[in-house]
Design a protein around this ligand. Structure first.
Ligand code: BES
Ligand code: MN
Ligand code: ZN
Length: 494
């Protein structure tokens, strides 16, 4: 279930006032002057309809003008359905301010049966960011028996850039899907459950879904080793293909997502135990990839896209893999297991090697909650991005800023590659992280071995995949990070 933004034909006061709440954006200039930059006409209409002075009303709250700041003015007049004016700060009216103001409005509407008209109309880019943020801010997920998320309220924005509002709805639905998958607890979210969710996408047409399991995975030594501790239902690889007619001549993108349905660390058990609490989110990369695929038939880009969801549970049992084991990845590379908690790179390596050998990608992208180290330098707002392709890095960085899924280009430091040496196998998989104290970099160097000569990008989303607080566009828990970025990138490739 998702919120949906509906286009309203005009900013006429009479139409806007049919909704329960009307939102107007205000900005405060350096001269402390308050303006309603996006909705002047409507502001004047409201002032005369209710005989109020909006600036007077606002001054009463001592506003700072910060983006997302919200004040409410109850109103009533005979024959007018509208019961509240919501004044929302627009900061400097930048793209990220459009997001912050939208998220604040969405949050206000969360679970509410009321309708909202947001008169915050900006540029073409601004309206999409704002509308999408309203949808994202209103997200909720729970399994409470008396408080299940209800059907969504109607939210309206101006139709000035109608096609952008349509896109916001489609992308919003994708992010909600990713969040729903991430929030689902791991007692429900088995690998089989996850594959079944993917299988449902086939109904959309123009997507085919193949689930690999059991013997079909015999060459996927990484996926099998990680998944062997949880024999039922066992690991899965889900291949989703978007290849409409004519796609043979289009660029081909392969997306590989880490889909660990729960990460205990395995025999190298996670410590402190509290570090395990968020580990139902360890499939956030696969969730983002599935969500991107789910809307391609509607976005209709002239890009062929193949998704590989690498799904396993990193459980702890008598059948678990051990430190010191040597496994054979897809393609034959042998890997010495050091720390069973570094499971993500093992499942991804199989996916990358399979993509390189079988799928002939023009772009090979993996996305994974891979290392706690990725968030040490960058914090929780940026993903660590690794690639040798400078132009692509630049592009993704810019799209990160415009979409809200921000990424920072990190270096693949060749001097650290010696950390991957093993005495007994082709590679040691834990990259003796202590040696260089660069766990996110060495994990990326490990993955690079499996990407062949492809144009490859690795997104380590361990930081932004989960939010510890309910704030801005993010709910507490799974954020759906990466969905907006990847959709914008793929759609722009065509
Ligand atoms: N899933 C974790 C990474 C993670 C940590 C994601 C925190 C989100 C929040 C991954 O499988 C892991 O355990 N990585 C280890 C690697 C280490 C053993 C080399 C880590 O980051 O500590
Ligand atoms: Mn782990
Ligand atoms: Zn993990």
């Amino acid at each position: 279930m998702t919120a949906k933004v509906i286009k309203l034909r005009s900013l006429e006061t009479s139409i806007a006032l049919k909704t329960d709440f009307v939102a107007l954006g205000y900005a405060i200039g350096n001269d402390a002057k308050i303006t309603f930059p996006q909705s002047k006409k409507l502001a004047i209409g409201i002032e005369s309809a209710f005989e109020i002075d909006l600036i007077d009303e606002l001054l009463f709250f001592a506003p700072t003008g910060k983006a997302g700041e919200i004040f409410e003015i109850p109103i009533s007049a005979p024959g007018v359905g509208c019961e509240r004016i919501i004044l929302v700060g627009l900061g400097r009216v930048s793209l990220s301010d459009m997001r912050a103001s939208g998220a604040a409005l969405g949050r206000k509407m969360r679970g509410s049966k009321k309708s909202l008209f947001s008169a915050v109309v900006t540029s073409r880019k601004g309206i999409r960011a704002h509308a999408l943020a309203i949808i994202l801010g209103s997200f909720q997920w729970n399994m409470k028996t008396n408080n299940a998320p209800g059907p969504s309220n109607a939210i309206y924005v101006s139709d000035e850039f109608a096609d952008e509002v349509d896109k916001a709805n489609v992308i919003g639905r994708a992010v909600w899907l990713a969040r729903d998958l991430i929030h689902t607890p791991s007692n429900i979210k088995t690998t089989a459950w996850f594959a079944a969710q993917a299988k449902k996408l086939e109904k959309k047409g123009n997507l085919s879904v193949k689930v690999f399991s059991g013997k079909e995975l015999s060459l996927f030594g990484g996926l099998r080793a990680v998944g062997q501790s949880s024999p039922k239902p066992g690991p899965r690889m889900v291949e989703i293909t978007y290849a409409p007619k004519g796609s043979k001549s289009w660029p081909h993108v392969v997306l590989v997502g880490k889909g660990i349905t729960f990460d205990t660390g395995g025999i190298s058990l996670k410590r402190p135990y509290d570090a395990m609490i968020g580990m139902k989110s360890d499939m956030a990369g696969a969730a983002a990839v599935m969500a991107v695929m789910s809307v391609l038939p509607e976005m209709n880009p002239r890009v062929k896209v193949t998704a590989l969801l690498m799904c396993a549970e990193n459980a702890l049992s008598a059948t678990a893999q051990r430190p010191g084991d040597v496994i054979t990845q897809y393609g034959g590379t042998t890997v010495e297991i050091i720390n069973t908690d570094a499971e993500g790179r093992l499942v991804l390596a199989d996916g990358l090697a399979y993509a390189d050998a079988k799928l002939a990608p023009d772009y090979l992208v993996d996305i994974a909650t891979l290392t706690g180290a990725a968030s040490l330098g960058l914090g929780r707002q940026y993903a660590a991005m690794y690639t040798r392709n400078q132009a692509l890095a630049k592009k993704l960085h810019a799209l990160g800023d415009s979409s809200g899924d921000r990424v920072w280009h990190m270096p693949l430091i060749d001097d650290y590659a010696s950390a991957l040496k093993s005495d007994v196998a082709d590679l040691n998989h834990n990259a003796s992280a202590a040696k260089f104290s660069a766990g996110s970099v060495t994990a990326a160097l490990f993955l690079e071995h499996f990407a062949g000569d492809r144009t490859w990008v690795h997104l380590d989303i361990a930081g932004p995949a989960r939010s510890e607080s309910d704030s801005g566009e993010y709910p507490k828990g799974g954020t759906g990070f990466g969905v907006r970025l990847l959709i914008d990138w793929i759609v722009g490739l065509a």
